[in-house]
Design a protein around this ligand. Structure first.
Ligand code: G6Q
Length: 546
């Protein structure tokens, strides 16, 4: 049995959960009018209400004790100070340094990394400004007005989510598209209607070896050369964001247009690095800097606030509470803001690639659940599809509800309708509807007893479904930076408690290797015989038919 589940605190949490099973949130709310202020944390621009969870003071006390038992504070300091906490890759984890806008010294080994970070940031700022002012032009002298970001995984999801969320802040006339999938449809469809004279291709790849990205980049280069310009024009239409400067040069990108970063920036944590260039080009460098400043504010909050007021710590511990003590296997994130439509998809990678692990730092297999499945869609649309299962299905699904107070677009009373749904859903999930309430409703419709008896079981909602309500004052770059960093640190805390490495991704690396082995066999003349019979059969079927 692992140290974690054998610990006194873990065992106390198991017993405590059994006690809480005898009551419900509705009863706890009725007994305590102060429950909302007691279980709410405010950080400038964000309110985090966790009162609609199956918790009481004792739960929180035990969860904080669990965090202490796991040396959470020490682990937080280790990350921020550049210790090599990514032990399987022997790397520091310092995406927080990328937004250390006060430039306090941070070292990796004996090197202060801040001068390098600041140098890339100012190069990014200069490039973005020169493009926006029309100094950096396309080969025919026209202003660039279209960005095509080519990248996958961490070199795609962060920038795509942020650009979608901050569309309101886009530079006038600037368009952005993202190509990630190696399926040729992705690039072909995204090149439709694009003018090569006014398009900048941003090739984002930490390693600059990723098959999908390089294939798409080559196709883009071919299209660019065929449709217009000469080889010499590549330098004004292709830039690279990468730690592999030589790889980018080899592709043909002008070294002046390669923006570097470092191995201590994990792919899924890279939007704050040069990988954020597409964001800066789309919304302006000042807004990108505000995004960093927002994240930096959450970093300070996370590093310095006691656990009682620490949003990422509380969010993480609640997740542990449900994953490990209620056997909740998934967690939904529902933004009630259309601009945040891609947040769940971004969080899927952040959380599932980080904590989808089953081996502890000491190499032993875990004997408890780790990262849950993360999923979601924007509300209110989601209410009309999968909410049924959250209300009345057999699984417990904790939900993060996210709303924006001052929405940018408020035709008529859309925003009040939107938010009334937000409040109604969290309340309904908590309260449910008991038999008496369901009966009353049916009786008020004039139904006879036989019909009521038939329908009643279907009309009862168990309730007691946990939700967090996160309300942003405004969806601006600063607040978005705060929110995203909050989720990053939540994932970190859970990894720290589960004693896993949240910063490697050997599963992703395996996929990269396997596909490369199979590719040559698809074009070879002879039948494939060296795999299992299913894989051989499928590959030979494909070879014979295409
Ligand atoms: C993220 C992962 C992975 C990575 C992609 C793209 O943490 O490592 O999603 O971002 O595989 O890798 P490159 O940026 O190296 O092309």
């Amino acid at each position: 049995m692992s140290v974690l589940i054998n610990s006194a605190t873990w065992k106390q949490l198991v017993l405590h959960k059994n006690k809480l099973d005898k009551t419900d949130m509705k009863t706890m709310f009725a007994a305590d009018p102060e429950r909302f202020p007691r279980f709410t944390v405010k950080q400038k621009g964000i309110l985090f209400d966790y009162s609609k969870n199956i918790i009481n003071d004792e739960t929180i006390r035990l969860l904080f004790k669990l965090a202490d038992d796991c040396d959470l504070k020490v682990k937080i300091d280790a990350m921020f100070s550049g210790q090599k906490i990514n032990v399987t890759e022997n790397r520091a984890v310092l995406h927080t340094a990328l937004r250390n806008l006060r430039s306090t010294k941070i070292t990796v080994g004996s090197n202060d990394i801040m001068p390098g970070i600041n140098d890339v940031l100012s190069r990014m700022g200069r490039f973005a400004e020169s493009l926006h002012k029309g100094h950096h032009q396309g080969f025919s002298g026209k202003k660039i007005n279209t960005i095509i970001n080519i990248g996958i995984g961490g070199s795609y999801l962060g920038p795509a989510m942020i650009c979608g969320a901050l569309k309101y802040y886009a530079k006038p006339d600037m368009k952005i598209r993202f190509v990630s999938n190696v399926d040729g449809t992705d690039i072909i469809e995204n090149l439709k209607g694009i003018d090569p004279e006014t398009t900048l291709f941003v090739i984002a790849s930490k390693t600059f070896t990723t098959q999908e990205t390089l294939t798409n980049a080559e196709t883009a280069k071919k299209w660019f050369l065929e449709s217009a310009a000469g080889k010499n024009d590549i330098k004004s239409h292709f830039i690279a964001l990468s730690t592999n400067i030589d790889g980018a040069k080899e592709f043909g990108i002008d070294p002046k247009n390669v923006f570097g970063f470092w191995d201590w920036v994990g792919g899924r944590y890279s939007l704050w690095s040069a990988v954020g260039m597409s964001i800066a080009l789309y919304i302006g460098f000042d807004n990108f800097a505000s995004l960093l400043a927002g994240a930096s504010e959450t970093d300070e909050h996370f590093r310095t606030e006691p656990f009682e007021h620490n949003m990422p710590v509380i969010a993480a511990l609640l997740g542990i509470w449900y994953s490990n003590f209620f056997d909740a296997r998934t967690q939904a994130v529902i933004p009630y803001d259309q601009y945040l439509a891609r947040l769940p998809e971004y969080l899927q990678q952040l959380d599932m690639e980080s904590n989808g692990k089953s081996v502890c730092l000491n190499g032993e297999l875990v004997d408890y659940s780790t990262g849950p499945v993360i999923w979601g869609q924007p509300g209110t649309s989601a209410q009309h599809s999968f909410f049924q299962l959250i209300h009345q299905g057999t699984q417990m699904i904790p939900v993060d509800f996210i709303a924006v107070m001052n929405n940018a677009n408020k035709p008529g009373n859309h925003h009040d309708i939107l938010l009334s749904n937000f409040f109604a859903q969290t309340e309904a999930l908590m309260k449910g509807r008991n038999e008496a309430e369901a009966r009353e409703e049916l009786e008020s419709q004039g139904m006879d007893e036989t019909e009521i008896k038939k329908l009643l079981p279907h009309k009862i909602f168990p309730g007691n479904k946990p939700t967090n309500s996160i309300i942003l004052d405004k969806l601006d770059p600063h607040t978005l930076g705060m929110l995203v960093a909050m989720y990053e640190h939540k994932v970190f805390v859970q990894g720290a408690i589960w004693n896993i490495n949240s910063f490697d991704q050997w599963g992703v690396e395996l996929g990269k290797i396997l596909a490369k082995q199979i590719l040559p066999q698809l074009t070879a003349a002879e039948d494939v015989t060296d795999h299992d019979s299913s894989t051989n059969g499928l590959m030979n079927y494909y070879k014979g038919k295409h």
